[in-house]
Design a protein around this ligand. Structure first.
Ligand code: FPP
Length: 242
């Protein structure tokens, strides 16, 4: 047992070095596959979300430990409102509970990104209360909740219009997004064997590296994070140059 713990520590130190050398600052996760994972086990979709919430906590802690300074998790999209009401309610309850529990013991500052106010006064004030309670951590976690990339761009432009602007630059839009105080994601990881962004961080992902895993989110492990990070470190980012 002791030898295994020691080996794990060494591996973690190795991956920390890869993170540092590769310049990886911001990872974003699309946590896909909870429902299919549960269905394959003959269980209701909510069972998958409960398992997924546990994995979310584990991955958040691990990313902090290997030196990722910013991470964003896609927890619920504007389009996920099309799901059955009982599933929506289960996700909302679970998400707020998980955030509350997980962040208590971690040195993580977190923000909800997305149209939180559209979720109604009760949920919105709970989200703001959680944000204030955990403000000031060493690393930053964004939780995309009632989030849509297109919706975010529209809200950014509307903020600019409200400021009286009639013409805007790319920088103006970046400065009015929900992630305005974070660097753009370097790496976006999607689980669940689907290869699309599904309206996630459309503005910010212009030059993100994409990584797709065929694992369903409840089966995603810290070793899978390592694999994605090592793959990222091998990529050549040209930003349109040569
Ligand atoms: C995009 O796929 C994936 C997401 C928006 C993440 C969805 C995750 C959950 C609802 C569960 C998270 C909750 C907890 C508490 C862990 P999509 O299915 O919206 O898009 P698609 O239709 O293009 O596949």
């Amino acid at each position: 047992m002791r030898r295994k713990a020691k080996q794990t520590e060494t591996e973690e130190a190795g991956i920390r070095e890869v993170v540092e050398k590769s310049g990886l600052r911001h990872i974003a996760f699309i946590m896909d596959g909870n429902g299919r994972w549960a269905k394959a086990k003959g269980m209701p979709r909510e069972f998958g979300h409960i398992a997924g919430a546990g994995v979310m906590k584990k991955i958040v802690r691990y990313c902090r430990d290997i030196g990722i300074k910013y991470y964003t998790i896609y927890a619920f999209s504007t389009e996920n409102m099309k799901r059955p009401q009982h599933e929506i309610e289960a996700i909302f309850t679970l998400l707020l509970k998980t955030v509350n529990e997980a962040m208590d013991e971690e040195n993580v500052e977190f923000r909800f990104i997305g149209d939180i106010d559209a979720l109604g006064e009760k949920i919105a004030s709970k989200c703001h209360e959680l944000e204030e309670k955990k403000a000031g951590g060493a690393v930053r976690l964004n939780i995309a909740f009632n989030y849509g990339g297109r919706d975010e761009i529209v809200r950014s432009v509307n903020r600019l219009i409200a400021e009286g602007r009639t013409e805007v630059t790319e920088q103006d839009i970046s400065d009015h997004t929900d992630t305005r105080d974070c660097p753009d994601p370097d790496l976006i990881i999607r689980t669940g064997n689907e290869m699309r962004l599904s309206n996630f961080l459309l503005w910010q992902s212009a030059y993100s590296e994409l990584y797709f895993s065929d694992r369903m989110w409840p089966d995603f492990t810290t070793e899978d994070v390592d694999q994605a990070v090592r793959e990222f470190a091998k990529r050549t980012r040209r930003w349109g140059g040569v």
